[in-house]
Ligand binder design. Structure first.
Ligand SMILES: [Zn+2]
Ligand SMILES: [Zn+2]
Length: 258
């Protein structure tokens, strides 16, 4: 499997996943032009893609989807709730939907995809597990809390992209309105650094070798804080061997092959 994160954060998310001869984007939350530019920067061509999967109907996950999917004639894979939410923002545009059930397993070419529910304040948000027959990747961002289902999905994977959104104290000390603070920190909001560290240090499976920290808040987190919180928790759990990297809003990640 090959993975490259094109961007991660509240200003736009998109992940390139390729395996079993199939290449996809998970979310298209950057402009179409930016998606193309970042794919090129990674040495990838938009024409090599077979589709776009959407996690949920928040704009930082679908902003470029209409223009990009029409330009490259790509089908959009989403559940009914997400498709309806995105359609509502693009009235009169015929998007090419492939609807999946939230708790289901399906194949897109040679990639097996598991969609599973996550607690987040969108219509019907999901995380994904990708399996190319050799290795498995879990993508789970935009969730307010780790559920037993999330733990079970992570436990089967070799690499994971997991949200580490905010430092709780920085969030509470920020000048954001109280309603927004409670939304972000709430059960349908976003995982904090401590939440992510607690989740991974208790559930990380023996075979997992790489962990990417995603969706960092620019105002209420720093890459060093997120990284140190996770590394310390993993070291305490006896897993200092795991490669941990922080994803960026403005830069593409390295290209991970596993
Ligand atoms: Zn988001
Ligand atoms: Zn969201």
């Amino acid at each position: 499997m090959e993975v490259c994160v094109l961007g991660s954060g509240s200003k736009g998310n998109s992940i390139y996943v390729s395996g079993g001869g199939t290449s996809l984007l998970v979310d298209a939350g950057l402009s179409s032009r930016e998606l193309t530019a970042r794919l090129h920067k990674a040495g990838l061509e938009p024409q090599s893609l077979q589709g776009i999967l959407l996690t949920h109907d928040h704009e930082d996950h679908y902003k470029g989807v209409e223009v990009f999917s029409r330009k490259y004639a790509l089908p959009l894979f989403a559940n009914e709730g997400t498709a309806s939410g995105v359609e509502a923002r693009h009235p009169g545009v015929a998007l090419q939907w492939q609807i999946f059930e939230t708790a289901s397993v399906f194949e897109i070419g040679g990639l097996r995809v598991e969609a599973f529910t996550v607690p987040h304040d969108a219509a019907d948000p999901v995380g994904f597990v990708f399996d190319d027959g050799v290795s498995r990747l879990c993508v789970v961002t935009d969730l307010g809390q780790a559920t037993p289902l999330v733990c079970a999905k992570l436990a089967r994977c070799h690499a994971a992209i997991v949200e580490s959104n905010h430092d709780y104290d920085m969030l509470m000390q920020s000048d954001r309105p109280w309603s927004l603070k409670t939304r972000i920190a709430g059960r349908s909001g976003h995982l904090s650094n401590d939440d992510a560290a607690a989740l991974m240090s208790t559930t990380i499976p023996g075979q997992m070798h790489t962990l990417w920290l995603a969706h960092l808040s620019e105002a209420c987190n720093t890459p060093a804080l997120a990284l140190n919180t996770m590394r310390q928790a993993l070291a305490k759990a006896g897993r200092a061997d795991v490669r941990v990297e922080v994803l960026s809003q403005s830069q593409i990640s390295t290209r991970l092959t596993f």
